[in-house]
Design a protein around this ligand. Structure first.
Ligand code: PMP
Ligand code: GLN
Length: 380
């Protein structure tokens, strides 16, 4: 009998684990799965170490420890002028997205997705019994076409409840602009959609600005804003995330979260509060290092004869390799000792990203330099 797990396994991509295993097997440089190869700020690690013998080892309060919740509120206020009614700490952004979809949809409801999309999104919808109506973002600019968005909503025949948004966007690196955000806001207001906004790359922006949907007119009351400590502070393994927004939306997430995991990671929650309290300096440092890595890799990909799509945000760069991306990625370790990910894995419409390859540049500058020199030697 086919179980739900069997169906899920066919839905999400196993590409991250597969490509990391390929890198381990071949000794290639792993620019596939996106995680940094250096830890975040020492002061944050010190805060975690201090919290361990400090009596912070039991369940956290379900909404999260008060100092982290306050730090999240301050961050939203000072950075974006937002005053969310409620804040909830989660097991990474992943749990916030999953609990939001489970808590805010009924079986048979539809969710608006933008492809290529992060793999957990499709699986969360399947868990919830929701269907997806997909807007395709196409290379090289991955621009959002408002007509395509309206068509995706229309296709649901009135069943759309949630629009699942992600900017800065994985895997394209797009930072959507104000006009695109405006189109999203108009559609959400017009069709009474809840916007679940995954902003885990909010601080990894090199050009333009990150605009939280909640800051647009009519959106604060219908937007659940999600982020985490993983990308902003290079602690992807901590899985301390959060969501904030209207009380009713956060309550829905909290109710599901209570029965998925209740509340944990207590010492790391205190450390995450310390991270958010560090101010702009570490974020600026990370951004500068990533920007330099991005430029090194873009130059190498161009030298190899590929059309590199230089991203405004995240730590992913895509290149059109002019060949089948999946096959290219399987062969790449042997050809030049680098692992990357076929962007087609994030599309329902495999044709749309068939020759696109995603490279993660969140590695030490010397690792990126070595990968760049290996890639630059490739010829189509
Ligand atoms: N959303 C997106 C778009 C991501 O790229 C990631 C990173 N894997 C996540 C969510 C997961 O974030 P976290 O590690 O905080 O669960
Ligand atoms: N967000 C990272 C990526 O897109 C890691 C994803 C994962 O390992 N699940 O590469």
């Amino acid at each position: 009998m086919q179980t739900r797990a069997d169906r899920l396994a066919g839905l999400g991509t196993t590409i991250f684990a597969e490509m990391t295993a390929l890198a381990e097997r071949t000794g290639a440089i792993n620019l596939g799965q996106g995680f940094p190869d250096t830890d975040g700020p020492a002061a944050v690690i010190d805060a975690a170490v201090a919290a361990l013998p400090g009596g912070a080892n039991q369940y956290a309060p379900l909404p999260g420890v008060p100092d982290l919740r306050e730090a999240i509120r301050r961050h939203q206020r000072e950075r974006y002028g937002l005053e969310p009614e409620e804040v909830l700490v989660t097991f990474g952004a992943t749990e916030a997205v999953a609990a939001a979809i489970l808590g805010l949809t009924n079986p048979g409801d539809a969710v608006i997705l933008f492809e290529p999309y992060y793999d957990s999104y499709g699986a969360c919808l399947a868990l919830a019994g929701a269907s997806r109506s997909v807007v395709t973002l196409r290379p090289p600019d991955f621009a959002l076409d408002p007509d395509a968005l309206r068509a995706a909503v229309a296709r649901t025949g009135g069943r759309a409840r949630v629009l699942l948004w992600n900017s800065p966007h994985n895997p394209t690196g797009r930072v959507f602009d104000r006009a695109e955000l405006q189109a999203v806001a108009e559609v959400c207001v017009e069709h009474d959609l809840v916007c679940v906004s995954d902003e885990v790359y909010e601080h990894l922006v090199f050009a333009g600005e990150h605009i939280p949907p909640a800051t647009l007119p009519g959106m604060a009351e219908r937007t659940l804003t999600i982020s985490s400590v993983g990308k902003s502070f290079s602690f992807t393994g901590w899985k301390i995330g959060w969501c904030s927004g209207p009380a009713e939306l956060v309550r829905a997430v909290r109710t599901v979260k209570q029965f998925l995991t209740f509340a944990g990671g207590t010492p790391l929650q205190h450390a995450a509060a310390a991270a958010l309290g560090l101010g702009a300096a570490p974020l600026e440092r990370l951004r500068a290092e990533l920007r330099a890595n991005r430029d090194t890799l873009a130059a190498a990909l161009a030298a190899a004869g590929f059309d590199a799509i230089v991203p405004a945000g995240t730590y992913f760069i895509n290149a059109d390799v002019g060949a089948d991306a999946a096959r290219f990625c399987v062969e790449l370790p042997e050809r030049c000792g680098v692992v990357a990910i076929p962007t087609s894995a994030f599309y329902d419409d495999r044709e749309a990203g068939a020759s696109l390859v995603r490279f993660a540049f969140c590695k030490r500058p010397e690792v990126i330099a070595e990968a760049a020199s290996r890639l630059a030697g490739l010829r189509r």
